[in-house]
Design a protein around this ligand. Structure first.
Ligand SMILES: Nc1ncnc2c1ncn2[C@@H]1O[C@H](COP(=O)(O)OP(=O)(O)OP(=O)(O)O)[C@@H](O)[C@H]1O
Ligand SMILES: [Mg+2]
Length: 580
């Protein structure tokens, strides 16, 4: 386990070493009083009353040792926690980096709850390994080990008696680990399912309320929470008997030493003095041994969680290289592209070209694969087959960062981070000046709603930008894209149903964003793209036709259908307005 975590400890290993050193000294200080007590008892064993000043001296030394133990142990914990929390930070950063490199589909398949659990709870448990199990475990094992060896020098028979309980305790602990391990998978999975359900329940609160599904979704939540409780109890139930056994056997080191040792003394095989000393030594190792073992009891869980972390990290990353963009221009080429999210293919053998500076529109029924085709261009996923290239360079032959520098992607659903709107726009170009950000906001037609907000552009976006309307959120996203000023724009229009006033603003913002760029736009409002250089019609994941608006009206049945539907919708809107 430690070997798996070690690479993330860079620069902080010496803190763990220092921690172990302090704790070893601390444990030595904690066991010494038992020897001092022996010094007080020794004269009594020989039938002499101990001298009071001498006894007081040993008592004083014992007190000193206890203080020393407390100081050294706290110091050790301080060092071990510095090392542990820096390592946890490194592990979280590494996981984030690995996830960033994985296809979006892989990440979505994990589920939010499971990811949250790994990022917070599971990684947090590694603190137990680094801050406690390793330094404390070493200290609590080493010192008893030395004392046990010393016992053999005092009297090997009595020493053996003291160790009799140890194998029994170990056996009980081994049984506990084995029993726990069998139930671990179900227990852990139930935890991940519960986390996913809780997050889904919170995110879907709006739908739950609107459709009066409080009871139903609450029932599902309760079922998963109950399930988790049952699996946890199942896990504990098989562990508890063994845990009770080892917890009672291990500290009872005097279990055999006292009766059998007494018999040996009576028969003259051992001396009373040695028996008393061995008993003192046995008592001194009980507590540290128990502490060391208590860490071992957590190892199966910890090991499972580290494996789970590794499983997340080891998923195949996106196919990419570390190369910079070296394409000749910004023309885009899809060659025989097929793609499936899970099992079923959603895009079939698509080939299409977008020349540098051209504006190409994708149209098609809902679910025909328009957004998917756009997402493939920003390399969210790897293809099943085929190739996509930018300026002649395959997307798989450059880094995702390099590709991102060339493309601005405005998605259909906008996500705003819980920071100010200003900072949300700044994501487009982190080194932009305030002037540039404000200008981008103006060009994206954000001023009208920004002036209505209490703190204007410095207002917090709140949870996923929920305080803004869909159209407003998309204009913030357009401002982001304007600020980024990448040569290629991929634009997934928010919605077909937008009121005329907002539509005008949105069109003005879009016109700003796509000026002089190579553009792939997904249009739900057909009349906005009639002037596009090329329109591609998708139907059930296949390219049904391509050409200009006029050409398609003659050649594509699907386009004719879409166009007449668009005309009907416009007619419907006008009639509605007249009625109003
Ligand atoms: N993350 C996903 N996982 C699995 N299947 C998906 C995912 N996203 C989309 N799909 C499926 O892929 C197909 C194409 O979806 P896509 O979002 O590309 O359609 P679209 O043309 O953009 O539709 P719309 O006009 O409604 O936005 C649909 O059948 C959809 O159910
Ligand atoms: Mg879509």
């Amino acid at each position: 386990m430690f070997q798996k975590v070690k690479p993330y400890m860079q620069g902080y290993m010496h803190y763990t070493r220092k921690a172990a050193f302090c704790m070893v000294l601390g444990i030595i200080a904690s066991v010494l009083p038992f020897f001092f007590v022996y010094q007080i008892i020794r004269p009594i064993v020989n039938g002499i009353m101990p001298e009071i000043p001498r006894a007081a001296f040993w008592c004083f030394l014992s007190l000193l040792c206890m203080i020393l133990y407390a100081v050294l142990y706290v110091r050790g914990l301080e060092y071990s926690h510095i090392s542990a929390y820096h390592t946890l930070k490194n592990i979280r950063a590494a996981l984030q980096k690995k996830l960033e490199q994985q296809p979006l589909g892989t990440i979505q398949a994990y589920g939010n709850g499971r990811l949250k659990k790994v990022f917070t709870d599971d990684i947090e448990m590694i603190e137990l390994l680094l801050a406690h199990a390793i330094p404390e475990g070493i200290a609590n094992l080493c010192v008893p080990a030395v004392i046990i060896i010393a016992m053999f020098f005092v009297d090997w028979k009595l020493a053996l008696l003291s160790l009799c309980g140890l194998p029994l305790g170990m056996l009980a602990m081994g049984m506990m680990m084995k029993a726990g391990l069998d139930k671990m998978d179900a227990y852990y999975k139930a935890g991940a399912v519960m986390n996913n359900t809780i997050i889904e329940y919170i995110n879907g609160m709006e739908v739950v309320k609107v459709f009066n599904r409080d009871g139903e979704s609450y029932e599902r939540l309760v079922k998963d929470v109950d399930n988790y409780r049952d699996f946890t109890l199942d896990w504990y139930k098989v562990c508890w008997p063994w845990m009770a056994l080892y917890l009672s056997i291990l500290p009872c080191i005097a279990l055999f030493t006292l009766p059998i040792g007494g018999y040996l003394v009576l028969r003259g095989f051992s001396t009373l003095q040695d028996l008393v000393l061995i008993l003192c030594m046995s008592f001194s190792v009980g507590a540290p041994l128990l502490k060391a073992m208590s860490f071992a009891g957590k190892f199966p869980q910890l090991s499972y969680k580290i494996d789970e972390l590794e499983r997340l990290m080891d998923h195949a990353p996106l196919q990419q290289t570390a190369d910079a963009f070296s394409g000749t221009d910004h023309s885009i080429r899809y060659e025989h592209v097929s793609f499936s999210y899970e099992e079923s293919e959603v895009l079939h053998d698509i080939s299409l070209n977008i020349g540098e500076g051209q504006m190409v529109a994708l149209v098609g029924e809902s679910g025909s694969g328009k957004s998917t085709l756009a997402r493939l261009l920003v390399h969210f996923y790897d293809l099943d087959s085929g190739k996509i290239s930018l300026g002649g360079q395959a997307l798989t032959q450059m880094s995702v960062e390099a590709l991102n520098n060339e493309i601005s992607y405005v998605a259909q659903e906008q996500f705003l981070f819980n920071m100010s709107l200003y900072d949300n726009i700044l994501i487009g170009k982190p080194d932009a000046t305030r002037e540039e950000v404000l200008q981008a906001a103006t060009r994206a037609q954000c001023d009208e709603f920004l002036t209505r907000l209490p703190k204007g552009i410095d207002t917090m976006a709140r949870d996923s930008g929920k305080m803004l309307s869909g159209g407003e959120r998309q204009r913030i996203a357009l401002a982001r894209a304007l600020l980024k000023n990448a040569p290629v724009i991929v634009l997934d229009e928010a919605t077909a149903f937008i009121d005329p006033e907002n539509e005008e603003k949105m069109n003005a913002a879009i016109a700003e964003v796509i000026r002089d760029k190579t553009v792939l736009v997904i249009a739900h409002r057909l009349h906005t793209i009639t002037g596009a250089d090329k329109i591609c019609v998708l139907k059930e994941g296949r390219l049904e036709g391509e050409g200009t608006h006029e050409e398609l009206l003659k050649t594509s049945v699907e386009y004719q259908k879409l166009w007449s539907a668009a005309l009907k919708a416009a007619d419907w809107t006008i009639r509605k307005e007249v009625r109003v």
